[in-house]
Design a protein around this ligand. Structure first.
Ligand code: CIZ
Ligand code: SF4
Length: 319
């Protein structure tokens, strides 16, 4: 405990010395989220992390999350130094969608507007017409469908399928999925709902359709936190990475949060939903990156410039 306190003090001191600001995702450890909040940094979803990092005056951005979040920060801020506690923190969606294979898929469907999720590499974004996060996915699909555009959607098939069902848009799907949300089990969720009939079920659209069918509310991480705060229920069942509970409890003190049941193949704990890559962000790796100045995110300039267009389009559309 003493070690932890000393480490936190050192990180706070290094953030000041390095003119650095810490931006953390909702799925990272509570310690890191608290540190970001206490040091003038920010905790949010990938869209708001990008916005905050872009608008903040610090010369160095420290991104606690997964690699695509650091890359998005660098795409938007080439003049800033973007550090991450580890570059090994990838994402199963990003990994499912290599740029070469994705480029060939796009080439085979030239009549479709290419929409990629933020959870992709800079090289995949460079091939896209639009980048989206889950907070604006449905709204963008409706917007494009209203203009008569057909969509190629990558990489999350559950999110894409959900957006297709809700919007009625013509969507061709890449077959990626999130290892965390894919683990939620509909039958076990049904059993839990029977045990707690008063509970309100909040689900992230990266979850399978059978899970979404049991949800009272489906939305992005930020929308789920807002629902926890504003819905009258006293008890909630939460189907997304359990890192979000830190912010939910803060936003809705006194309410009770239960984790939606998983298949029991959690990478970091047997039955919890927690992203193994988000879990690589620790106080120790954060301290090291601040002390040593690395690892740092670099993106080839031609790729960065091409990726910047759809990222800016996203920010403008979201505004
Ligand atoms: O599942 C993820 O990685 C999410 C929800 C990212 C985001 O948009 O914040
Ligand atoms: Fe990727 Fe899923 Fe982890 Fe999010 S929770 S970073 S979508 S693997």
């Amino acid at each position: 405990a003493l070690d932890r306190a000393r480490r936190i003090q050192r990180i706070k001191k290094l953030l000041v010395e390095r003119d650095a600001v810490l931006v953390a995702h909702y799925y990272t450890d509570a310690d890191l989220q608290a540190l970001a909040e206490e040091t003038g940094g920010y905790v949010s979803d990938s869209l708001d992390m990008a916005r905050f990092g872009h608008e903040h005056k610090a010369k160095t951005l420290v991104v606690a999350g997964v690699r695509f979040m650091g890359e998005t920060a660098k795409i938007l801020n080439p003049e800033k130094r973007v550090l991450m506690p580890t570059l090994e923190a990838t994402c199963s969606l990003d990994e499912s969608c290599p740029a070469d294979a994705f480029g060939a898929f796009c080439d085979a469907h030239p009549d479709r507007t290419v929409v990629v999720y933020a959870n992709t590499s800079a090289a995949v974004k460079a091939r896209a017409d639009w980048v989206v996060t889950s907070s604006i996915a449905l709204r963008l699909a409706r917007h494009l469908a209203a203009r008569g555009e057909k969509i190629l959607w990558a990489p999350d098939r559950h999110l894409g399928d959900y957006v297709r069902r809700e919007s009625g848009a013509d969507i061709l799907l890449w077959q990626g999925s999130c290892v965390v949300h894919e683990e939620f089990r509909s039958q076990a969720l049904l059993d839990l709902k029977k045990r707690y009939p008063d509970a309100c079920v909040l689900a992230h659209p990266e979850s399978p359709a059978a899970v979404l069918a049991l949800a009272d509310m489906i939305g992005s991480t930020s929308a789920m936190i807002e629902a926890a705060r504003t819905r009258p229920a006293r008890r909630f069942i939460v189907a997304t990475d359990h890192g979000i509970l830190y912010k939910m409890r803060q936003a809705a003190p006194g309410k009770e949060f239960l984790e939606a049941p998983t298949g029991g193949h959690g990478a970091t704990c047997k039955s919890c939903a927690h992203c193994p890559w988000m879990a690589m962000n620790t106080l120790a790796t954060l301290e090291t990156v601040l002390a040593t100045g690395g690892p740092e995110i670099h993106i080839e300039e031609s790729i960065r410039q091409r990726a910047l267009e759809p990222v800016l389009r996203m920010l403008e559309f979201a505004a």
